[in-house]
Write a protein that binds this ligand. Sequence first.
Ligand SMILES: NC(=O)c1ccc[n+]([C@@H]2O[C@H](COP(=O)([O-])OP(=O)(O)OC[C@H]3O[C@@H](n4cnc5c(N)ncnc54)[C@H](OP(=O)(O)O)[C@@H]3O)[C@@H](O)[C@H]2O)c1
Length: 320
Amino acid sequence: MKKIIVLGGTGFVGTHVCEKLVRGGWQVTVPTRRASNAKAVMHLPGLTVQELDVHNEAALAHVAAGHDALVNLVAILHGTQAAFEHVHVALPQKIAHACLAAGVGQVVHVSALGADSLQPTLAPSMYLRTKGEGEAVLVQAAMGGSAGDVAQAGFDLSILRPSVIFGEGDKFLNLFAKLQQVLPMLPLAGAAARFQPVWVQDVATAVVRCLAGASAQSSPRVIEAFGPEVFTLKELVQVSAQLSGVGGGMGRLVIPLPAWAGRLQATLMGMAPGEPLMSVDNLDSMKVDNVASGKQPGLDSLGITASALRPIAKQYLGRC
Ligand SMILES: NC(=O)c1ccc[n+]([C@@H]2O[C@H](COP(=O)([O-])OP(=O)(O)OC[C@H]3O[C@@H](n4cnc5c(N)ncnc54)[C@H](OP(=O)(O)O)[C@@H]3O)[C@@H](O)[C@H]2O)c1
C-alpha cells in the first residue's frame, strides 16, 4: 500500500482530500498542530493523525521517511509579512528539503489562482506574492536544483491553483448568508472583484488525479482549478441570499463601497480580535480578478468537468 503525508489534512480541502485518498487505498499520515483539530479525519481507516510542528524541518523529514508522496495544503489568509513568509515560503522550502532527504517521489502543492512562480513580486498582495514564492521554491527543488542549501535529484511536482472554493463548510458563501441573516444591509468592499468558484470535491479529485499521474504534462505541472461560471463578489453575496432564503431569497441591500471606504472597513476589521472577516491584504488580492488566466491547463486536463455552484450550494445553504 502506498503511503502519503497530507499537510493541512485537517482543513476544509484537506478533509475531502484525505477521504478520497483513503478510498483510493492510500495509507495516509496527517500531521497537525493539535490532534483535536483532526476530528473530521481521525476516524478514516488507514489514516494516522500525528501531532507535529511542521515548521520543524528535522521532525518533518523524520515523518516523511518511508512515504511515497506528500500533499501540502497549509496556508493562512491573514497575517503579517513575516507570518505569510513563514507559512507560504519557508514551509515549502522545508517540505522540499524533507522530501529530497527522505526520497519522497511526488509532491502536490495547493497554491492559489493569481500566484505566479515566475514573477511572484508582481502579485498585488502579501498572500499572493508569498504563494508565488513558495511555488518557486518547490519548482526549483523538483527540477533537481537547490532548495536552499540542498542540491539533489528532484521529485514529481504538481501545483494546483484554485479560485475561491465552495462546498459544505466553506468560508465565503456560508459567511455571506449568515451576515445577511443578522444585518439589515451589507456594505461591501471589492464588490466588483471577479471570481470563478470551484467545488471542493473537484479540487480534492484534482489532487488525487495529480498523484495518479492523470495529467499528460511533465513535471513540474501547474493546473488552474476554476468552476464553469464567473461571479462578481456582489453576485456571490446575492446568490448566497437566494440559495439560503434570506429575506425571502431577495437578500439584503448590498452597498458597494468606494475604494477608500473599503480600505477603511478592511483596516478596522483587521484590527478586531480573532480571525478577521476581511483584511487590507484580502482587499489587495482582489485588485486582480480571480479567474482563469488561460495560460495554464484547467481541471479538464485531469479529466474533471468542473461543477456549477448553484445546484451544490443550494443543498448546504438551504440548511443555514
Ligand atoms: N478555501 C479556499 O477558498 C481556497 C481558495 C484558493 C486556494 N486555497 C488553498 O487551498 C489550501 C487549503 O485551503 P483550506 O481552505 O482547506 O485551508 P484551511 O481549512 O484553513 O486549512 C489549512 C490547514 O493548514 C494548517 N495550518 C494553518 N495554519 C498553520 C500554521 N501557521 N502552521 C501550520 N499549519 C497550519 C491547519 O492544520 P492544523 O490546524 O491541523 O495544524 C489547517 O488544517 C491552501 O493552500 C489555500 O491557500 C483555498
